[in-house]
Design a protein around this ligand. Structure first.
Ligand SMILES: [Zn+2]
Length: 163
């Protein structure tokens, strides 16, 4: 290996290290931005405000909001979708999933799903936590009903990765 070649290798390695360091700093910023954006979006959805923007699938996953909770406006059943299992472009907005979600109970003409919120937990994990968190019997019962209706949602039109 000649001197020039070695020097070039060194420069290339230094550039790669610098780029990796820059990327790590960017990653932390991206996660922070994504978490803030998603919190704002969840708040707007909770208040049923008009959707002015929608987080991307990639942003939700980066910020560890792995589950998109959806509700059928007809039968009120709620389900959660694991965004990590979707074969969708990470830059696609979570709202782009709306046409692909259909409520099995309301077939053959299910209405479009409503997006409830992005969450770190699936709805199946939720009832126990809700029971602890709330003394309201009605909320606990509603949580139970939601968990039961989990299987009534079809993800048939949304591509899934893996088996
Ligand atoms: Zn339905």
């Amino acid at each position: 290996m000649g001197f020039n070649h070695r020097k070039m290798e060194d420069q290339r390695r230094q550039a790669a290290e610098k780029e990796a360091a820059g990327r790590r700093a960017t990653d932390a910023q991206v996660i922070e931005d994504a978490a803030r954006l998603i919190a704002a979006w969840n708040e707007r959805q909770a208040q049923r405000m008009p959707m002015l923007f929608s987080p991307t699938i990639g942003a939700a996953i980066a910020a560890r909001y792995w589950f998109l909770w959806v509700r059928c406006p007809a039968c009120r059943s709620t389900s959660s979708i694991d965004l990590r299992r979707l074969d969708r472009h990470p830059d696609a907005a979570v709202s782009s999933l709306i046409p692909a979600l259909s409520c099995r109970a309301c077939r053959p003409n299910p209405p479009f799903a409503e997006l409830v919120r992005l969450s770190g937990t699936s709805i199946a994990d939720e009832p126990a936590r809700r029971k602890q968190a709330s003394s309201s019997r009605r909320v606990a019962l509603r949580g139970h009903a939601s968990a039961r209706s989990f299987t009534s949602w079809s993800m048939g039109f949304v591509g899934r990765r893996g088996p």
